[in-house]
Write a protein that binds this ligand. Structure first.
Ligand code: PLP
Length: 436
């Protein structure tokens, strides 16, 4: 049996994949290696246009990150993080505090985006408990939001479809409309006003019962790359914080340059109470995340009694290998002028907007930073089935483009070249032609 066939046979026998209906799913593609924007699968190349689940910001197998990982592995690979500390973690915490605005200075490390959110929810909730405030127990979230798959994160995510089986386990959440917008959207003001008046109504009636609000700033990722405007975020944060509601920004997908600024929050000029980071933090190399809290929030947990402390931690909290990789990934923003590269990708994406808008099967073409997205529509209907067909066609042609429902999007590693972008656009359009 060929090596790849053998691997697939054993995968099918022993492995349980995420988000996979094993009863119907076809064979997985074996990836044997990857470099920059390319993954190598059974003798062919695949252009990774979604940065491997939105994580590989600097592309695959970057020599400088590889070297940092090897160096750290030879020095210190694990430290238990209660009662002990180490330089890569302290330096990284200080560095993140320096990158984030205001007094967002306290960094709690965990190991994936969901736990970063879980920790943020626990910090927000317990801060009210520690203050002796017994009423604030409800969380506010946005329709379509996605914050991960652990229990708290699921509760504030789009519950009904994906997480139906767990409904009875979830926390108390009120859901607000998300004012998604796109280029040339005439109804953006109206939608934004609607979302804010829904918030106002909640704050007026039940403001004293709300512990925290969570949002993916500037872009809801899993909902289908739905963008909102900075003006909305600014007004949202002002209103929530004025009512004492703690604001959590989930920047797991938007952080580290994805939407055109290092963090999406910069575009609105606001300081949320908690920020969740992961994915690009280690450029997709290692599982690491950070929940960053404002100083005042940290102070709520101080005292002489363990009951006030945050009862949370993981075996791999602040893993030194992951922290060293995060440093190397952050260094690249200066060494490779990454933010300028992102601006260039954005301008290339923008040049595609007219091409896309001219197609009868494309609606709501939109660009934010390095993300290009649009919806596929046929006969007046949004197409959700094409996501499977298109995904398979793109993969067969050597493109990792994975439409979600009716949304087709590109979210490439920042090191993508002009030629590779040209190939990506041509492939993306050819897929649409095949489908129509
Ligand atoms: N939050 C956002 C905004 C995300 O996009 C994701 C994952 O895509 C998560 C949280 C969960 O992160 P993880 O898959 O690392 O648990």
């Amino acid at each position: 049996m060929a090596a790849a066939e053998d691997l697939i046979a054993r995968d099918r026998r022993y492995v349980w994949h995420p988000y996979t209906q094993h009863g119907t799913e076809g064979e997985p593609t074996v990836i044997a290696g990857a470099r920059r924007v390319l993954s190598y699968a059974e003798g062919r190349e695949i252009l990774d246009l979604i940065s491997s689940w939105w994580t590989c910001t600097h592309g695959h197998s970057h020599p400088k990150i590889n070297a940092a990982l090897a160096r750290q592995a030879s020095e210190l690979e694990h430290v238990m993080f209660a009662g002990f500390t180490h330089a890569p973690a302290v330096d990284l915490a200080e560095r993140l505090a320096g990158l984030l605005p205001g007094d967002l200075n306290r960094v709690f490390f965990s190991d994936n985006g969901s736990t970063a959110v879980e920790v943020a929810i626990k910090i927000a909730y317990q801060s009210w408990v520690n203050r002796g405030e017994t009423r604030r127990r409800i969380l506010l979230a946005f329709d379509g939001g996605y914050h991960g798959d652990t229990l708290g994160a699921m509760s504030v995510g789009r519950g009904s479809q994906m997480f139906g089986a767990f409904r009875k386990l979830m926390c108390q959440v009120c859901v607000l409309p998300y004012p998604a917008t796109f280029e040339g959207d005439d109804a953006a003001d109206e939608r934004e006003a609607g979302a804010l008046s829904a918030l106002d109504a909640l704050l007026t009636g039940r403001g004293q019962t709300i512990a925290a609000l969570i949002i993916e700033p500037m872009m809801q990722g899993a909902a289908g790359m739905r963008f909102c405007r900075p003006s909305f975020l600014k007004r949202l944060v002002e209103r929530a914080q004025r009512s004492g509601v703690l604001v959590i920004f989930d920047e797991v997908a938007t952080g580290f340059g994805r939407t055109g600024t290092m963090f999406a929050l910069e575009q609105a000029g606001v300081v949320p109470d908690l920020v969740c980071l992961s994915k690009g933090l280690t450029a997709g190399y290692m599982p690491l995340s950070a929940t960053v809290a404002r100083d005042g929030l940290f102070d709520m947990f101080l005292g002489h009694n363990f009951d006030r402390a945050l009862p949370h931690g993981h075996s791999f909290t602040a893993n030194p290998l992951a922290c060293a990789v995060a440093h190397a990934a952050l260094n690249l923003y200066e060494e490779e002028q990454t933010m300028a590269r992102i601006a260039h990708i954005e301008s290339r994406h923008r040049a595609m907007l007219d091409v896309l808008a001219a197609r009868p099967d494309v609606v709501k073409p939109r660009v934010l930073g390095s993300v290009l997205a649009f919806e596929v529509k046929e006969g007046g209907q949004y197409q959700s089935e094409p996501s499977r067909l298109l995904r398979a066609w793109y993969l067969s042609q050597g493109f990792n483009i994975r439409p979600m429902g009716s949304t087709v999007y590109l979210l490439p590693p920042y090191c993508i070249t002009d030629d590779e972008l040209t190939r990506a656009y041509a492939g993306m359009i050819e897929g649409l032609d095949r489908l129509s």
